[in-house]
Design a protein around this ligand. Structure first.
Ligand code: GDP
Length: 305
């Protein structure tokens, strides 16, 4: 399965929600089992059925046979390194900037995190339909921001798309196009597939959900091996290793989550059934666990138990 994991980063109100919405409506919902006739449930259905509370608004779509996971990033001030953690799941980022306002404080903050993680951003200058917008100036301001944040040569050579999420078009020039497909092609072209290494299971927990019915839910990217429903695993924590078991597994689909039997390396998933985990822990092989480097967390992780 061909996968791209991308995060959209932006200052609040620059149009992230509108863009994600547009992506969801112009592409297909990724369905792994096209023939099973399974009902696709969105977050609200799941919530009703299982009392689930979904915090992360990750989405997944299919474009030209590729599954694109769109990772939700907080648009507000960062709490406890949240932005950095979720960006660890991404192999590429879209930096969305309002063509009138230009880069703002949160643009700078999230861009800095992305650059430090060696991600190579795609710049999208949005809202070019607005009267008095200044896309060329904003492009130059974005370039200057990259430069000031010590971007590498490769990062400075970012592709730029212009358009309007609201009016439903993006292009690699200021010429209006039909739809958002040049941007979708840009994602396939500029975002590398996830790097997966050979070996037994490794999944670092990068964010969490909570459900009154299912308890705490661990979210992360499978970086090695395959995770399966019912599988006994080792949970590797800073102070030792705990044995646990995967009770249920979900992948992202459209705006919702879908229960699956297994998830392969490169994909993102939600793991249910681990009793006592923290962000930064590694889910690893039961017999021969190997941990991934710990992610630093500035503040205590959310505890909803
Ligand atoms: P978010 O805070 O980044 O998720 O931003 P939203 O997607 O909620 O958009 C913020 C506001 O900008 C809303 O009023 C949108 O309708 C508006 N908006 C989003 N995209 C565009 C666009 O391309 N052009 C114009 N003119 N307005 C837009």
């Amino acid at each position: 399965m061909d996968i791209r994991n991308i995060a959209i980063i932006a200052h609040v109100d620059h149009g992230k929600t509108t863009l994600v919405d547009r992506i969801l409506h112009t592409t297909k919902v990724f369905r792994e089992n096209q023939d099973t006739g399974e009902l696709i449930m969105d977050s609200n259905d799941l919530e009703r059925e299982r009392g689930i509370t979904i915090f992360s608004k990750n989405a997944a779509v299919e474009y030209k046979g590729v599954k694109i996971n769109v990772i939700d990033t907080p648009g507000h001030a960062d709490f406890g390194g949240e932005v950095e953690r979720v960006l660890k799941m991404a192999d590429g980022v879209i930096l969305l900037v309002d063509a009138f306002e230009g880069p703002m404080p949160q643009t700078r903050f999230v861009l800095q995190k992305a650059l430090q993680l060696n991600l190579k951003p795609i710049v999208v200058i949005n809202k070019v339909d607005k009267p008095n917008c200044r896309p060329d100036e904003v492009h130059d301001a974005v370039f200057e921001l990259f430069f000031n944040l010590d971007a590498t040569e490769e990062q400075l050579d970012f592709p730029t798309y212009y358009g309007s999420g609201k009016n439903g078009w993006f292009n690699d020039s200021l010429t209006q196009s039909e739809d958002i497909m040049p941007l979708m092609d840009g994602i396939l072209k500029h975002v590398p597939p996830p790097v997966v290494s050979e070996g037994s299971l490794q999944l670092q927990i990068t964010s969490l959900d909570y459900s009154s019915f299912l308890g705490r839910i661990a979210i992360g990217k499978v970086s090695r091996g395959t995770i399966k429903e019912g599988q006994p695993i080792s949970l590797m924590q800073t102070d030792g290793v705990k044995k646990s078991r995967v009770r249920e597994l979900y992948v992202f689909e459209g705006m919702g989550k879908k229960k699956v039997q297994e998830v392969v390396a490169g994909d993102l998933c939600a793991v249910v059934g681990l009793e006592d985990f923290n962000i930064g822990d590694t889910i690893a092989d039961f017999e021969n666990p190997e941990a991934l480097p710990v992610i630093s967390v500035d503040e205590p992780t959310m505890n909803m138990q």
